[in-house]
Design a protein around this ligand. Structure first.
Ligand SMILES: Cc1cc2nc3c(=O)[nH]c(=O)nc-3n(C[C@H](O)[C@H](O)[C@H](O)COP(=O)(O)O)c2cc1C
Length: 214
């Protein structure tokens, strides 16, 4: 059965007041909307998440809201700044909270499509994109092949977060459209069949509690 309404959720930005990674994410979500998706933006700064703590079993609303939005989404777009050669701590912390999706049905990011963006001061933004892709795979999602590592982001956007060259807007829109297009494919025929899900469940690592009592 083909799903008619798709939701694409963007997660990203930084704690900076004027965040280039957030600006890029907004533009990519425009592309997803152009392609027919309903979009939602989860801004890392606004979420103001506490540090992930495995002992915290009553996390604040912001954590629950983020996890619920991500669980409901068909597609995701992640956008992190590059910090010290990898993703930022605040972005990774948001991803760590997705541990709470372990008991959802299906768990984590099963059959969700993810588009990846990074903004860097230099030219090595692909390192942050690759780090995000490791996380997508760990959480059982599917990264789209088109990625957007934005080099020298300080000169790519103006102070209002508008790209200085229209080609960047077009590329970010293309990523948003691609996430939506792939999400349609996955929604009409999810690639994770029951046998694959069973195999995956069989190799799930022990939880901390199980490991201690083993
Ligand atoms: C703590 C810190 C570490 C950074 N490390 C790198 C880095 O390793 N390589 C790089 O190219 N840019 C680095 N930058 C620059 C940021 O990636 C760049 O300014 C990015 O656009 C910031 O995104 P934001 O505006 O969303 O915060 C760093 C910036 C900060 C604040």
């Amino acid at each position: 059965m083909t799903k008619k309404h798709l939701t694409v959720v963007g997660l990203g930005g930084s704690l900076a007041l004027h965040s280039n990674s957030l600006a890029a994410l907004r533009i990519a979500l425009e592309g997803a909307a152009e392609a027919g998706a309903t979009t939602e933006l989860l801004d890392i700064r606004q979420l103001s998440l506490p540090m992930y703590d495995p002992a915290n079993d009553s996390p604040p609303d912001s954590v629950r809201r983020m996890c619920d939005a991500i669980h409901r989404a068909d597609g995701l777009i992640w956008s992190s700044p590059m910090y010290n050669g990898t993703i930022s701590g605040s972005f990774k912390n948001a991803l760590d909270w997705l541990k709470l999706l372990d008991d959802r049905n299906p768990p984590y990011l099963t059959d969700k499509v993810v588009g990846l963006i990074s903004t860097a001061g230099g030219v090595q933004g692909l390192q942050a994109v690759n780090t995000m892709e490791f996380v997508v795979r760990a959480l059982r999602g599917w990264a789209v092949p088109l990625v957007m590592p934005i080099a020298q982001a300080w000169k790519a956007f103006d102070e209002r977060g508008i790209p200085r060259v229209s080609q960047l807007t077009e590329q970010l829109h293309a990523l948003g459209r691609e996430v939506t297009r792939a999400s349609f494919q996955f929604a009409s025929e999810p690639p994770t069949k029951e046998d694959a899900a069973r195999a995956e469940a069989g190799i799930t690592p022990l939880s901390d509690r199980e490991a201690k009592s083993a």
